[in-house]
Design a protein around this ligand. Sequence first.
Ligand SMILES: NC(=O)c1ccc[n+]([C@@H]2O[C@H](COP(=O)([O-])OP(=O)(O)OC[C@H]3O[C@@H](n4cnc5c(N)ncnc54)[C@H](OP(=O)(O)O)[C@@H]3O)[C@@H](O)[C@H]2O)c1
Length: 326
Amino acid sequence: MIYRTLGNTSEKLSAIGLGCMSMSHAYGQPDDKESIATLNKALDLGINFWDTADVYGSGKNEELISKVLAPNRDKVFIATKFGFTNTENGMSFNGSPAYIKKAVEASLKRLNIDVIDLYYAHRIDPNVPVEEMVGAMAELVKEGKVRYLGLSEASPNSIRKGHAIHPISALQSEYSLLTRDPEKEVLPLCKQLGISFIPFSPLARGLITNTLNTENLADDDFRKNLPRYQEEYRRNNQNLSSGFAEIAVAKNCTPAQLALAWLLAQGENVIPIPGTKKRKYLEENAGCVDVNLAANDFENIEQLLKKYPNTGARYNEAALKQVDKS
Ligand SMILES: NC(=O)c1ccc[n+]([C@@H]2O[C@H](COP(=O)([O-])OP(=O)(O)OC[C@H]3O[C@@H](n4cnc5c(N)ncnc54)[C@H](OP(=O)(O)O)[C@@H]3O)[C@@H](O)[C@H]2O)c1
């Protein structure tokens, strides 16, 4: 494994992290035995940057991770997030100082640790000034409950405002070959401010790996409700992922490795967190650090994306409304 530095700190994080969400949430049935084996394999491979959130499996994901994290505390840099709550009317978001105080205690308890390395606001709460929310998060740093702060899906304006209150070490947003939105403003801003950019869903939730059959998604699979995985976009996305797989074959790597290598090449401050609950994928994804892209590889990939532009939106309208535009 190779390592990259977190924001303006001296923390060394594996250039490829481990997204733990799918171990308890969103994509298919949990398999705790294989998930635990995957976490142990991550230790063996030197993948020390693990990502979870309190909402994944309504706390179950943090509890599952704690089984490997707590006994190996010095080997893992753990990131978790607060803010989403499940209500009768679906998901809502709470970024108030009073809620943050309760949420951090609950995460520490479930993770079975004394301090969270990186604590993210999962979204920006439109009802709470970002300065107030980051101020409350900074209190947790003073109290020793949290070491570094992060934001997720925050607008450039919110990033600037938050960073002025307390250094923001990481910004986590969706970024992959199929979701290029951060390139316009957020990625350059993070580079300028010395903030690590953490792409979530870096494999387009499995789509770019050329192994996902969107026709066979289970009814409770989160992707079932996202435009990009619907019938309307199937042909385009199948052509795109099989074309991408051909480029990968020519590079002697897998599509997942090529997609992750492409992200790593977007900047030294970029640290993708591909998600998996399987050892075989974890090992494969870690191999991306050995893939080097030449100028014509980037060109070939851009040409392919131009050929198949009808990929569909990453979120449905309700979820897009929760994305910070302030
Ligand atoms: N901040 C946010 O709002 C937010 C939102 C979404 C995700 N996240 C974080 O980002 C992490 C990664 O995102 P993600 O899990 O949504 O999407 P992803 O990493 O783009 O894709 C995960 C999917 O791809 C599959 N996969 C992984 N490696 C593969 C490989 N080499 N070949 C074939 N398939 C492979 C996984 O299968 P298996 O599950 O079967 O292993 C899973 O279905 C999450 O785990 C979570 O920690 C954050």
